[in-house]
Write a new protein. Sequence first.
Length: 526
Amino acid sequence: MSLLEIAGLGVAFGDHCALDGVALTLAAGEILGIVGASGSGKSTLALAAVDLLPEGAVREGTIRFDGRALDALGERGRDALRGAEIGLIFQDPAAALDPLWTIGAQVAEAIRVHRRCSRREARDRAAETLARCGLDPAEAPPSRYPHQLSGGQRQRVGIAIAIANRPRLLIADEPATALDAVTQANILALLRGLVAEDGMALLLISHDLALVAGIADSIAVMRDGRIIETGPTAALLADPATGYARDLVSAAAARDTVPAAGKTEEREPLLEVEHLSFAYPARRRRFHADAPMLAVADVGFAIARGEIVGLVGASGSGKSSLIRLILALARPQAGEVRIGDASLTFAKGRVLRRRRRRVQGVFQHPRASFDPRFRVHAIVTEPLALLDRDEARAGRVDRALERVGLSAALAERYPHQLSGGERQRVAIARAIVLEPALVVLDEATSALDPISRAGIFALIERLSREQGIAFLIATHDLAMLRGFADRLLVMEAGRIVEQGETGRLLGNPRHPHTTALIAATPELRP
């Protein structure tokens, strides 16, 4: 008997049809992967399956869990299912977590809502679940708040909340998007273990075909709100029946066969980072204070004009903290960041505003960096306020939107009306609208499907080659950078432990952490 049955599912937001006639079944102990391009309806399917669609959505069709129709249960009955028998991992953990609660309290709350236990028991079980999801209590204790964690660590908190009650069905919407290769492998092993040990069913939604192929029993391919192809994983990958599925398989494979970049010519230095150190302040308690958390420790490197540099490391290694220092969004305790001959670290007021025009950022969770009241066109227009009055503005926004592949129709939408991948492209458009000298990207392609990601890579390479824009790309995905980045910086525990030309570093790593990252990336194994 199927645990989850969906038949004739349709969802519309006004005139926009997000899902059209979706049908699928999922049995206990089975893993079904849902893959497709950004905007194909994957996340809408996840929300519809647990009746969490936003206000204004119109739904039709039937959804049954263990033979029971969700509509017949009533709101109280659906609340009893969600979090207890059905777990949901959301795509954007920054938006899903409460910023005012510690991560331990949030996991404990999920337990106490559905289980009779004392506060102490819930707290102990929460700590155990967080550790099980790869959050070392020494580095990220349950007493931390979401803003004190890296993107990958927040992702793991979301996973811990979803699995805290050992649900019978887990719906995972991009559960490993922001995780490094080592942690990603651990999380997938954890999910596989829950399926094997508890007979849990797993609906795994991702744009990453390689990730899904490594764990799913069967795959369903989505396009424009419809499931256009489904079948056993091995059979579908070996012989896709539709042209679109063939494109997805080809795009995923192409990432592993790109030749090394090999740019060797001397170029003028652009960004210089010298002896940079930064620690988050200690949290004061009643009788003592925690030790300050060192996030960046004596970091130094340089980036030349037109160069593409990859910054890699495990979740929590300090990549996002370093990016904030480079963008002058935080001030270091020691060291300096210079763009050209001008200091970003010590600039203030108008001087800092003028210099910031040369360095723009794309953040890991774009939805959190957008004003929800602004349409896409207005969001991309915002940075133009940094231009002087006599500088040309006409056509800049339209050019930026066109470069990242956004249509005029999308430009009139609000952020919540976009898919995760579409929001990423809006963030990139906002960063390049000023035509800066350096763009810093923090996991900027993590939510993109292989086809869209290939388009973004081509865009970055073109901007680097034709306009001399330099790029610093922080990511956990080493395979993505092979053949794309000129150089790599490897970060661990706040330090740059190794750096060098991409081909050399991947072919002959010298630091144990680099070796571990390569070993955990299937595409890079010999």
